[in-house]
Design a protein around this ligand. Structure first.
Ligand code: GMT
Length: 376
């Protein structure tokens, strides 16, 4: 198949999933065309059968807000024609599903069909999509997609509730992880030693947006640190980094907290961690939690959104009420017991492979594409 993929190219789960999906599809023999304003951050520069088409936004002094959605629709239309795309798969509804619908309508006028698959990732439904400025167009664009997928059952239910969609059957296709990349056995102990100097390593990776509650990560760490030596590694950057750094200073643990900033290749870091701390106030799925599990790292998280579909409470991690930093600290301490850790680490890696391996999930997308192309 010849598949167009549009996503946000910068840091974020939806862009990571879309890019990994494109790479996996190309490895299975499909031709993949990424269409976005920047080179996706997880895309190596050259891969067979993978192409990148940059959307350039024509500017004019009149435009206080240059219309990216329209430039994207035109690029989708042009790429679909030039490369005879069979299908367009857009990740994150706003504005991608709307641009895809415009491109599809333009092509229809020219006697060409272009099935559109939209994957909902989370904040496109839970936050942005419910903002009054976007709600009607989000509902419209989702309903006009040929196929709609959501990354968790929770997100599917939330979409139906929020939009009252009667005419939008949603299929749940979960996010996935490459078990050969997120594999603890592949990386030695050197990085863990470097980061922790022999002490247990707690880790958090995100875009440090308010929804991630990075200050809670610091509070959990400070409570664990009060009982036993350990370090915390914070990976990523974003609006709440300063607040997290301040909290570490205020709680007297700044010397044991390392902020590494944004890092593209995170698999070796996960493999150097002992426990992953994930206290987000909302997550439709929690891709980084899955990557931690696959790397044999138990996850201590807030019981929100689709996280319980990923982390098995008491088996591969622990789920606590939102904001319960004391409970999360106690759960982290529990996993730092060596025999408990070994058991949970093995269960985490096995469960991630059994339920979320790339090959199985990509095959679900291939079936969905075939159905969409057949008009089924
Ligand atoms: O979390 C974010 O703000 C980024 C967002 C995105 O679209 O990149 O993440 C969402 O999609 C990820 C991939 O499907 C999910 O793993 C995240 O749980 C989801 N984030 C939220 O629901 C807050």
């Amino acid at each position: 198949m010849k598949i167009g993929i549009t996503c946000y190219p910068t840091y974020g789960g939806s862009g990571a999933v879309a890019t990994e999906l494109g790479i996996a599809l190309a490895a299975r023999g499909h031709e993949v065309h990424f269409i976005s304003y920047e080179h996706p951050f997880r895309l190596p520069h050259f891969l067979p059968r993978v192409y990148f088409h940059e959307v350039s936004i024509g500017n004019y002094p009149l435009f206080e807000y240059p219309p990216y959605d329209l430039a994207l629709a035109v690029r989708m239309h042009d790429v679909a024609l030039a490369h005879e795309l069979d299908l367009l798969h857009v990740h994150y509804a706003i504005p991608h599903a709307t641009s895809a619908w415009i491109a599809k309508e333009m092509l229809r006028e020219q006697g060409r069909a272009l099935p559109v698959v939209t994957t909902l990732h989370g904040t496109d439904i839970t936050i942005v999509g419910q903002d009054h400025s976007y709600q009607a167009i989000t509902k419209f664009s989702i309903e006009r997609s040929d196929r709609i997928t959501a990354v968790s059952q929770w997100l599917k239910d939330e979409t139906t509730r929020a939009f009252g969609c009667s005419d939008c059957p949603i299929e749940v296709i979960p996010n996935f992880v490459d078990p050969t990349v997120f594999d603890r056995a592949r990386y030695g102990d050197a990085l863990r030693q470097e980061l922790g100097g022999g002490r247990p390593v707690l880790m958090h990776i995100s875009n440090f947006r308010p929804v991630k509650r990075v200050v809670d990560v610091i509070r959990v760490f400070a409570r664990v640190r009060a009982q036993q030596p350990c370090v915390l590694v914070m990976v990523g950057d974003g609006p709440d980094r300063h607040a997290a750094e301040e909290e570490a200073r205020r709680l007297g643990v700044a010397a044991e907290v390392r902020f590494l900033g944004k890092i593209d290749t995170v698999a070796p870091l996960f493999a150097a961690a002992d426990v992953y701390v994930f206290p987000s106030e909302s997550e439709s799925f929690g891709l980084s939690a899955l990557e931690a599990l696959a790397s044999g790292v138990p996850v201590v998280a807030a019981r929100v959104g689709g996280v319980p579909e990923v982390v098995r409470d008491g088996v591969t991690g622990a789920l606590l009420p939102l904001g319960d930093v004391e409970g999360m600290a106690e759960a982290v301490r529990g996993f730092l017991d060596p025999s408990r850790w070994r058991e949970a680490s093995a269960a985490a890696a096995a469960d991630a492979r059994a339920r979320f391996a790339t090959g199985d999930v990509v095959a679900q997308y291939e079936r969905l594409y075939a159905d969409a192309m057949d008009g089924r």
